[in-house]
Design a protein around this ligand. Structure first.
Ligand code: 5GP
Ligand code: ZN
Length: 115
């Protein structure tokens, strides 16, 4: 755990979150500032700051973010209509919290390319 990391504090239960899914390795909760009717963040419990810091040993963990996204999309009723998963890396892409997280967005028509 990184003491100054917001998402590590959510993992530790020090900051409340609307948790929708959890496994031994993974946690998912609703985004505080949703950009779509469903906007959920899926994170590893392990602190990894950004995509650039993903190591070989994290392969299974990172893959688990996607199987979580799939399961949550089904539970949220998004699987048939469609949804998007996206992870921002560093400032130019809009990353503001430096603990990797997949955004799961759905419940409306999503434009492409994103801004
Ligand atoms: P990023 O910009 O790093 O890709 O995404 C960070 C996301 O975290 C944003 O969508 C933002 O709304 C969300 N967020 C920031 N602080 C909190 C918080 O305290 N709780 C929750 N649930 N989401 C947060
Ligand atoms: Zn962290």
């Amino acid at each position: 755990m990184e003491p100054d990391c917001l998402f590590c504090k959510i993992v530790a239960g020090e900051i409340p979150a609307d948790i929708v899914y959890e496994t031994d390795d993974t946690l998912a909760f609703r985004d505080i500032n949703p950009q779509a009717p469903t906007h959920i963040l899926i994170i590893p419990r392990l602190h990894i700051a950004r995509i650039n810091d993903i190591e070989e040993e994290h392969r299974h963990l990172v893959g688990g973010l996607y199987t979580a996204a799939r399961d949550i999309a089904v539970a949220e009723g998004l699987a048939d209509d469609g949804y998007r998963v996206v992870m921002n890396c560093n400032e130019a892409a809009g990353q503001t919290v430096f603990h990797i997280h997949l955004h799961l967005l759905g419940g409306r028509r999503l434009r492409w390319p994103p801004g």
